[in-house]
Ligand binder design. Structure first.
Ligand SMILES: Nc1ncnc2c1ncn2[C@@H]1O[C@H](COP(=O)(O)OP(=O)(O)OP(=O)(O)O)[C@@H](O)[C@H]1O
Ligand SMILES: [Mg+2]
Length: 375
């Protein structure tokens, strides 16, 4: 467990299995935390808790609870990894539909032709290859909630079909003769600027207004810093429990490293960071180095201080050294992708290559390029 903050500011942990807690009784949720430790977080993180401690997230959760009571369509916005699906599940579990199914469909991951039958279903013989009848996800979510992830990736033809579902509250299976009544709450997510997509005419304006009855913005992790230690503690417990390990703690320096990191991958990156540190170290105290956040060389302690848990920071350090750490760290973040790294840093590819060549001649290890690794 993270010990760097006092018990009184212990993390707010909302166990989605327990709907008995009085609404908005955040104090009781906070004091309920020790019992949650006795009953570890659920395995897959899907039914598991929504963890938060930052006032910004309190406001988000409060809004989600208000929305949950209605049947309005919801548009969840926010960067990748901020927890949009977690919030969607929270809305479902706190809604009158909680006893019904929660079905998630990722519109970006499924090719267009498949997405249509995935969503709407088809009758046997509706098209070549439709050997049997298939129930679509919309129908599978009957009396429950459907999460349409990355809605901006749905093509305009399917957008029109979805609009009809929202207007008529019925669904037509492909090749079906009569529409089926539908009682489903729709939650859509996007990490794109949907208004821009509307002006570009890649997203239908009428569907946008239908979906965007209420919007919830899930903030970036770096904009809700008090959530960082709370989430870190939650993931420590989660992976301790999953791996049957003894209790582990983060050192104060490790906690500082988490607090100064930018978290471009948001909560997902934090979860992976904690998981990785737990896999790679057996120490009961996890130090800053083991977290491997940001540019690795920056974590190395100055010589003569090898045992000191190094707290990263750029102030008062040589600019060329900081530049090198930022470049190599960004390269690690992109998995060695030179083009993305150059774009992220606002450098030309040529300038990036020149710097990397210089580092290599200085004997500094440079992450291999994506192309080199896959060939
Ligand atoms: N507040 C939170 N409490 C506990 N776990 C969280 C929280 N937010 C996110 N997570 C965990 O972080 C990971 C990413 O969350 P999620 O899938 O909900 O993000 P997302 O915004 O839907 O991302 P994407 O846009 O990439 O689909 C999941 O493993 C989820 O369980
Ligand atoms: Mg998601």
């Amino acid at each position: 467990m993270v010990t760097a903050y006092s018990a009184s500011e212990s993390l707010a942990h909302v166990d989605l299995e327990s709907t008995l807690l009085p609404e908005r009784d955040y104090a009781s949720r906070i004091t309920a935390f020790p019992t949650v430790v006795q009953r570890p977080p659920l395995r897959d993180g899907k039914l598991g808790g929504l963890v938060y401690r930052d006032p910004i997230m309190f406001a988000v959760v409060q809004r989600a609870e208000r929305i949950a009571r209605s049947d309005a369509s919801v548009l969840l916005r926010g960067e990748s990894g901020t927890g949009k699906e977690v919030v969607a599940r929270y809305i479902h579990r706190n809604s009158p539909r909680a006893g019904g199914p929660f079905v998630a469909v990722n519109c970006a991951a499924i090719p267009e032709q498949l997405l249509e039958s995935e969503l709407f279903g088809h009758e046997r013989g509706a098209f070549s290859g439709a050997f049997s009848q298939r129930i679509g996800k919309l129908e599978a979510a009957q009396n429950g909630t459907i999460l349409l992830d990355e809605i901006s990736e749905m093509d305009r033809r399917l957008q029109a079909k979805l609009l009809r579902v929202l207007q008529e509250r019925e669904v037509d299976r492909i090749g079906g003769r009569s529409p089926i009544r539908l009682n489903v709450r729709i939650i859509a997510t996007t990490n794109k600027d949907l208004e821009l997509e509307v002006t570009r005419q890649t997203f239908r304006e009428d569907l946008y207004f239908r979906l965007n009855v209420v919007a919830v913005h899930v903030p970036r992790l770096r904009d809700r810093p008090k959530d960082i230690p709370a989430l870190a503690e939650y993931f420590l417990e989660k992976y301790q429990w999953e791996n049957g390990q003894a209790s582990r703690q983060l050192s104060p320096a490790a906690l500082s490293a988490l607090m100064v990191h930018d978290w471009p991958g948001n909560v997902r990156e934090l979860e992976n960071t904690i998981h990785r540190a737990m896999v790679l170290t057996t120490d009961s105290i996890i130090g800053a180095k083991a977290l491997e956040v940001g540019p690795l060389p920056a974590r190395l302690p100055p010589s003569g201080h090898a045992s000191i848990d190094y707290v990263p920071g750029f102030l008062g350090r040589k600019l060329d050294q900081v530049e090198r750490e930022v470049i190599i760290g960004t390269l690690q973040l992109t998995g060695g992708n030179r083009t993305r790294t150059a774009n992220m840093l606002g450098l030309s590819i040529r300038a990036l290559r020149n710097k990397l060549n210089l580092y290599s001649t200085q004997g500094i290890e440079v992450p291999p390029s994506t192309a080199a690794r896959t060939s």
